[in-house]
Design a protein around this ligand. Structure first.
Ligand code: COA
Length: 279
């Protein structure tokens, strides 16, 4: 049975397959992120991290926007003279982005429209980004006299080339979904009318894998980014050993047995078939 919960700025629905659809829901403000949205996202992600029915998280936006970034009025101007409110909003934002980044659940950003400025923090926290070809990405901060702050300058420069990071941050020019995929901002771009189907297909592909292997894999890729080569060797060695203990499905032993002994499974040539009842 699908589970639904409506917050004041976010809709959450977990469907019968195990996909939790999180929808930024301020379409009249193009889903600009106000302090309330951040507090709600923190709560939502905290709850879903341990929700057994949630196997994949998809984040999208209501209406024609994914998110127009931070709410210039409520997040910035209204907290200029209120350090407590500013601290709460900034901290909630940072916490939910961090939770999403390191979540054991795989996450997909289904970018249906505008994605500006501060929304890049959430975008980078998602593992996979599927954009409508006609989506619009941009770092518009330069036009507002603010910096691509939080971690936006950092995650943007990590996604694209150094030259493109400077160019798009300094001009504020926009990027469509197709170009975003070429530049590495999006994983892939698809026609707008195929956005949901493509997202579903990828979510199902992810759900066919062992959730523990998937969690360790994504955390490994994310963690080694900021390591040197020696640290990466050490970390991945230890993480790999930990996975052998942590994986309740014993995917490693099963995969090898099926390939080497039983000759019935060739990874890469067919999707992984998880045993009945595998969690
Ligand atoms: N902060 C606060 N309010 C925002 C907002 C933001 N980031 N983005 C949009 N809104 C509000 C507008 O003020 C407007 O409110 P109103 O109806 O009370 O006047 C409403 O959302 C609709 O915006 P509008 O500009 O009329 O919609 P549009 O479809 O013509 O354009 C955008 C959409 C996203 C291109 C445009 O709103 C925009 O450029 N927003 C700013 C994006 C940005 O620079 N974000 C980075 C912030 S760090």
């Amino acid at each position: 049975m699908a589970k639904k919960k409506e917050y004041s700025c976010v809709l959450v629905e977990t469907d019968d397959e195990g996909i939790t659809w999180i929808t930024f829901n301020r379409p009249e403000k193009r889903n600009a992120m106000n302090p309330t949205l951040h507090v709600e996202m923190e709560q939502i992600l905290f709850e879903h991290e341990t929700d057994e029915d949630t196997k994949v998280i998809v984040i999208t936006g209501a209406g024609n926007s994914w998110s127009a970034g931070m709410d210039l009025k409520q997040y910035f101007r209204e907290t200029d003279q209120d350090p407590v409110a500013r601290f709460r909003a900034v901290t909630a934002h940072r916490r939910w982005a961090d939770m999403l980044t390191w979540s054991r659940k795989p996450s997909i950003a289904m970018v249906n429209g505008y994605c500006y400025g501060g929304a890049f923090t959430a975008l980078a926290a998602c593992d996979i980004v599927i954009a409508a070809e006609n989506a619009t990405f941009g770092l518009s901060e330069v036009n507002w006299g603010i910096l691509p702050g939080g971690n936006v300058s950092k995650v943007f420069a990590d996604m694209v080339s150094f030259r493109n990071a400077l160019f798009y941050a300094m001009t504020g020019r926009t990027i469509d979904g197709r170009k975003a995929a070429e530049m590495g901002i999006a994983t892939l771009a698809v026609p707008a009318d195929k956005l949901r189907d493509e997202t579903l297909a990828i979510a199902r592909e992810l759900m066919a894998k062992s959730p523990t292997v998937l969690a360790f894999t994504k955390q490994g890729i994310r963690a080694v980014r900021d390591m040197n080569m020696a640290q990466a060797f050490e970390y991945l060695g230890a993480k790999g050993m930990a996975l052998r203990v942590a994986d309740p499905e014993q995917t490693r032993a099963r995969g090898m047995r099926e390939f080497l002994d039983e000759k019935k499974f060739r990874p890469g040539f067919e999707p992984v078939k998880r045993p009945e009842g595998g969690k």
